[in-house]
Design a protein around this ligand. Structure first.
Ligand code: COA
Length: 157
């Protein structure tokens, strides 16, 4: 794997992070979800994180030796519904298409995990679409296990 640097995002990263966020839906979401609405929603969500950086959230970027962007991860704190326990939550992790399969995803996940450990969290959570096999495989290899699973019935087409 080529050497990668991971650092907090700066304002200038917005220009490549937001377009790259559409890759979150590259796996092919359920047909009842309009893809353009999904892309717009995650872009707005990540944009808000980039613009209002706080103590309880961070966007980290990975770049290669020539400082070319390879991907990003957005991690924030969340509270468990049942216990109220504060934990880390990987909101989004995206690797550029040309950099996939080279360990960037693992590197970003390790950095997100480190951020969460440093804050004293016992748990790190994430949501992943059932059909996003590539991402699910990565998470399972990293030690994530299934928790709740959301099911949907389409009542009107
Ligand atoms: C999921 C994603 C982040 C993985 O990033 P990556 O840099 O390719 O991952 P890595 O190179 O670190 O590989 C980690 C694992 O991914 C899987 N993987 C790697 N290359 C793969 C390929 N060509 N096909 C299928 N799985 C592959 C393997 O399980 C690999 O484990 P290994 O290192 O033990 O072989 C990346 O594919 C991506 O950005 N996908 C689109 C956005 C997305 O779906 N994000 C997750 C949202 S929940």
């Amino acid at each position: 794997m080529a050497p990668m640097t991971v650092r907090p995002a700066i304002a200038a990263d917005r220009a490549w992070i937001l377009p790259l966020s559409a890759r979150l839906h590259a796996f092919g979401p359920p047909t009842f979800r309009p893809r353009d609405r999904m892309d717009a929603a995650v872009a707005a969500w990540i944009d808000e994180a980039l613009q209002s950086r706080g103590e309880n959230r961070i966007v980290l970027v990975a770049e290669d030796e020539e400082r070319r962007p390879a991907g990003f991860i957005y991690v924030h704190e969340a509270a468990d519904f049942f216990t109220g326990e504060t934990h880390g939550h990987v909101s989004d992790v995206v690797v550029a298409a040309g950099a996939e399969g080279g360990g960037v995803g693992r590197t970003l996940m390790a950095a997100g995990e480190e951020w969460s450990r440093a804050r004293g969290h016992r748990l790190l959570t994430l949501n992943v679409f059932e059909k996003n096999v590539r991402a699910r495989t990565l998470y399972e290899k990293l030690g994530f296990e299934s928790d709740t699973s959301k099911m949907v019935k389409v009542l009107r087409r």
